[in-house]
Design a binder for this molecule. Structure first.
Ligand code: MF3
Ligand code: CO
Ligand code: CO
Length: 281
């Protein structure tokens, strides 16, 4: 059934109605709550499979549905997990229970940094968010990567208001990251979402000011920069999902789902407990 209302721009971007923000607010909060709840479990000795099992249970307990279980992009096998868990040099789409690069298993060790990415569906609305976590104590250079990635996302969000462009968002992120002598991943981007998981536009995390589509009230999309300590290039592992840095250096990511309002931006996936940047505490 397709009962989506509201105009679609010439770039194919849906403009949702003011009343649609309520649905995104609920879905975004549920996803953010789950990321709050999984935090205390992240420690040396736990496996990524354990973390995903907990997340799957929390999704159900909240009456939500996982958007990733059964998700099947063209030409791929269905994804089978309630989260993506990307450890150290995994850039994104790390498969829970899959081997951690250069290890024989999926057990977290002291000093590991990881992104946990959860997308839920509540009443047909999608909430998509991810954060960084640390098992034990991170090295100073790893903490710096996490800080720059978090702040890059926040700089991107600060560029969101009607009249700005998607290029302004990408530029704000890229400028922040490159000033810190780190690199923005080009091979993955944010995306429109709403009553679908992945919709136009591709939200690039790099770009030039004033380029790209104009932001308009009612646009819903994610911003989810991946930042590498070394080179930006990525490589996909044989499992068909896991993307790693080509140079084997660390990568980090933060993701929020946002909506453009009449005057600025609403972030749908704020942490109710104020834990979004907890990895930096
Ligand atoms: N949540 C991811 C995103 O930010 C997508 C995960 S798709 C999966 O878009 F199949 F890998 F889970
Ligand atoms: Co996303
Ligand atoms: Co995500």
């Amino acid at each position: 059934m397709n009962d989506l209302r509201g105009r679609v721009t010439k770039d194919g971007i849906r403009l949702y109605l003011p009343t649609d923000f309520a649905g995104m607010r609920v879905a975004g909060r549920v996803a953010a709550e789950i990321l709050d709840e999984v935090g205390p479990l992240v420690r040396p000795g736990v496996t990524t499979a354990d973390l995903d099992a907990f997340i799957a249970e929390r999704v159900s307990a909240k009456g939500a549905v996982s958007a990733t279980i059964g998700y099947t992009p063209p030409g791929r096998d269905p994804y089978k997990h309630a989260s993506c868990i990307s450890v150290n040099d995994v850039v994104c789409h790390g498969v829970p229970g899959g081997k951690i690069p250069r290890r024989k298993d999926n057990v977290l060790l002291d000093g590991d940094i990881l992104n946990i990415d959860v997308t839920v569906i509540v009443d047909g609305w999608y909430g998509d968010t991810s954060r960084m976590y640390v098992a034990g104590t991170a090295k100073p250079y790893a903490k710096r990567l996490i800080q720059v990635t978090h702040d890059g996302l926040m700089q991107g969000i600060a560029a969101v208001r009607p009249g700005q462009t998607f290029g302004d968002i990408g530029h704000a992120i890229q400028a922040h990251v490159e000033l810190a002598r780190m690199s923005v991943v080009r091979d993955f981007c944010g995306h429109g979402l709403g009553r679908v998981f992945h919709a136009p536009p591709n939200v690039l995390h790099y770009g030039r000011p004033g380029t790209g589509a104009m932001l308009e009230p009612g646009m819903f999309f994610t911003i989810e920069p991946m930042v590498n300590l070394g080179r930006p290039e990525t490589r996909e592992l044989a499992d068909g999902w896991t993307a790693v840095t080509r140079d084997g250096k660390l990568s980090a990511q933060y993701e929020h789902s946002v909506g453009v309002t009449e005057t600025g931006v609403e972030v749908f996936t704020l942490s109710p407990a104020g834990l979004f940047a907890q990895a930096l505490a």
